[in-house]
Structures are given as C-alpha cells and as structure tokens.
Design a protein around this ligand. Structure first.
Ligand code: ADP
Length: 433
C-alpha cells in the first residue's frame, strides 16, 4: 500500500468511526460534533508539521530537516533535494564569479562594470590605477563623474559605440587612455581601460625621429641635386673655379650625409638589447687614437693637453668606447674658437675611473644641459652644421655609457667653456691596471 493510500484510509477510518459513534450517542448533532473532533484530531499533526516546515524554510539552506514520517517524509525529501540543487547552483555561480574576478584582476587592462545608469558596479585594480579611482570610495558613483571630458560623454552617448576612444585624461595630466565600451546584459556595459601613454610617447618619438632625419637629409640632398642639374645643363661651359667650387660643395654635403647615416647606424646598433662585447680594452691605445684625432681635427688651432693616469684596461667594447670618447674630444675642438685650450684626462676617481674633456670654448646655457643628449638636440643649429655636426654625438655617448653602467656629467658656463666627464664604475676596471 502506498503511503498516500494508507494516510487516506487512516483519515477515512477515523472520520467514519467518529461519525458512527457520534450518531449512536446523540443522533445528527452528535455525528457533527464527532466529525469536527475527528477532523481537528486528524488536522492537528498536519498543522504542527506545517509550522515546523515554515520554520525550517526560514532557516539557511542546508539546515537539518525536522524528523517526519509518511507523506511528510516524502515532502521533506523532495524539498531537501530541491534545496541541495539550489545550493549547488549557488556554489557553482559563486565559483564562476570568483574565477571571473580573478581573471579580470590579472588582466593587463582596466575593467569597469557599469550599471544601466552608468554607475560603477565593479572594477579591477588596474582600472583603479589607470583612472585614479578607489573601489571602496567610488563604487556606486557614475563614471561620468570622474571622466568628464566631452569626447568621452559623446562616445558613451553613441547607441552602439564602435571602436575605441583615445582620451587625454584630465585626472592624470600627461596620461593617454584608450577606452572601449561593450554593452552586455540588462543595460549594463563593460568599460575597458588601457593606459597607452607609453605607446603614444614612443609613437611621437618615432614621428619626430623620421621628421628630423628627413629634415637633416633635405639640405645636403638639395645641394647635390642642384649641382647635378647644373652639370646636366653643361658643366663644360663653366669656368674651372666654379666647377671646383661646386664639386667641393657637393662633396661636403655627401660627406655630411655619410656621417649622418654612420651615426644613425651606430645609434641603431647601440639601441638593440644585445649587451656590449665585453673585452679587455687597452685604454692607452684607445686614448692615443682619440688624442691623435683631436690634434688632427684642431689642426693647430688649439692647445691640447693630455693626462693619462687612469687604469690601463677597462672591461667593455673598444669600438663603442672609442666612438663615445672621440665624440667628446671632437665636440670640444668644434665648439672652442681658435687659440682655445682643451684638457683631456683619464684618471681614477672615488667610484672608478673618469674620462674628462675640459675646454674654454663657447660654453652652454644651463637650460640646455638636460636636453643635450637627446637625438638632434643642438644649442646652435647653424654652428653644429658648419662644424660638421650631426646632432647625434652626445646621444651616442649617453647610450655607450649606459651600456657600460657609466654616466655623463656636464658642467658649462656660457663664454667660459665646458667640461664633459664620462664616469665608469670601479667593477669595469680590470685588475692590475
Ligand atoms: P653635434 O653634432 O651638433 O655636435 P652633439 O650631440 O655632439 O651634436 O652635441 C649636441 C649639442 O651640444 C651641440 O649641437 C652643441 O650645441 C652642444 N655641445 C656639445 N659639446 C659642446 C661643447 N664642448 N661646447 C659647447 N657646446 C657643446
């Protein structure tokens, strides 16, 4: 017999028995009273269990079910089963949410979830950093409260924003953000935030560099092209003096382009990540070459002194060091008028060793000093060109020194002269030198 049938038969038995007994004792009214008593008797355990069920249902999911038998036990089993399914689904959802949060936290981009009113619902740490926000303080506030730029508001107004928006952030001056929204369920949207400041800076540098190189090449090319046009028109008709002058000019400009290309190639090699060749550099030989070059360049116009009391061997790249130190001497000669003095020295100092070039030439105003090692930065463009400069010499020096863990110190006074000192760390000095 099924429990349902048993319960029904039990109830029917009690009702029928009670009614019959009531009828026998007091006729119809006795039967009615007996029915009411039997019904109350039959209903009371049900009411008690219902109360227990309601109490149990109010407790947290997973709490112990009250003991029961028969149909009630079946009902509790069914309810317990449902509750377990719900609890499992809730756990699963919780884990999914945790996984989403963990994934969003490690994303290299900022992620912000906006509700239907564009208020911040959630954001990852990267978004806090890029947007200069604080989760505990700013969640619940509209994003437009923090990003008020009109272009961002217009971007959000688009019903289906396509592409991303580049925004110069007013909250973090100097910062450029790339923003992209993507709508998802229930009016919510995802705002992806990428800090592209560095990429933009590199892009600007690349553009400036290309513009600078083109500018540097334009003048010599124009001169050479002009000469070739003249030659095509009939060079034989020109007086020999003029032909000589043209050839000299064209040769100068060709050499200028050659120097520029050489310096550009040197810089390109230095800018690769590969470390410099580590060899024992014979400083005596290297300094002698640098000195001889300075003497040749000066052609007797300056007084050069030379003090070599520094270490005989330095660990590094001969080629790179030769280029860097040679540039410093060449600059001193080129920016020091005739009869000037140039003192070159190689000495040990407190941190290691220093190569210093001191001149009493034209000097440099203080405001230019921090920018001298930038590519193509010149104090006096005309003077640099006239003396065969490419504007890349000190950029090369800086790179070479960085690759040797060294640094460049510059002190200068306009009209009195300059001192450029390349400092090398002690660990580059080879033992016994
Ligand atoms: P350049 O090829 O123009 O000399 P550099 O990078 O070697 O390029 O130097 C950058 C600028 O620094 C030069 O244009 C010049 O204005 C200044 N400069 C460098 N060395 C000296 C110096 N010894 N005296 C005065 N100015 C100098």
């Amino acid at each position: 017999m099924t429990p349902v049938l048993a319960e029904l038969l039990n109830a029917a038995w009690w009702l029928a028995g009670g009614t019959a007994l009531g009828w026998l004792l007091d006729g119809a009214s006795g039967a009615l009273i007996a029915v009411l008593i039997a019904a109350a008797y039959l209903a009371s355990p049900t009411v008690t269990r219902l109360v227990k069920l309601i109490r149990w249902a109010r407790q947290p999911v997973g709490s112990e079910t009250p003991s029961a038998a028969g149909l009630w036990a079946d009902a509790y089993d069914a309810l317990r089963y449902r509750a377990r399914i719900v609890a499992e689904q809730r756990d699963e959802l919780g884990k999914l949410l945790d996984r989403f949060r963990q994934a969003a936290e490690v994303m290299p981009d900022g992620v912000v979830i906006l509700d239907g009113h564009r208020a911040i619902e959630w954001m990852n740490a990267r978004a806090e950093l890029s947007l200069n926000l604080n989760s505990s303080r700013d969640i619940g506030s509209p994003i437009t409260y923090f990003l008020r730029e009109p272009e961002f508001l217009a971007y959000l107004e688009q019903s289906n924003p396509s592409g991303s928006l580049l925004l110069r952030s007013a909250r973090n001056p100097g910062q450029t953000l790339q923003l992209q929204t993507a709508p998802f369920a229930a009016g919510r949207s995802l705002l992806l935030v990428r800090d592209v400041t560095q990429i933009q800076r590199l892009e600007t540098m690349r553009r400036d560099f290309v513009a600078n190189v083109s500018h540097e090449l334009r003048t010599p090319l124009t001169v050479v092209a002009g000469f070739l046009e003249t030659a095509a028109d009939g060079i034989a008709d020109l007086p020999p003096d003029e032909i000589h002058h043209f050839l000299e000019m064209a040769g100068d400009q060709a050499r200028r382009m050659q120097r520029l290309i050489e310096d550009l190639l040197t810089l390109a090699t230095l800018e690769t990540d590969a470390p410099p060749i580590e060899e024992d550099v014979d400083m005596r030989r290297l300094l002698e070459e640098v000195r001889a070059e300075g003497v040749a360049l000066s052609a007797g116009r300056h007084t050069l002194t030379f003090d070599n009391s520094g270490p005989a061997t330095l660990l590094g790249s001969y080629k790179e060091l030769r280029s860097a130190l040679g540039n410093l001497v060449s600059n001193a000669v080129r920016y020091t008028p005739g009869k000037g003095h140039i003192d070159i020295s190689w000495r040990c100092n407190a941190v290691g060793a220093a190569f210093s070039v001191k001149d009493d030439g034209i000097g440099i105003e203080a405001q230019h000093l921090p920018r001298l090692t930038e590519r193509f930065y010149r104090v006096d463009r005309g003077r640099s060109r006239d003396t065969g400069g490419t504007g890349l010499g000190l950029a090369i020096v800086k790179h070479v020194l960085e690759r040797h863990q060294g640094r460049l110190e510059i002190s200068s006074e306009p009209g009195r002269g300059s001192t450029f000192t390349a400092i090398f760390p002690g660990r580059r000095i080879q033992a016994g030198s």
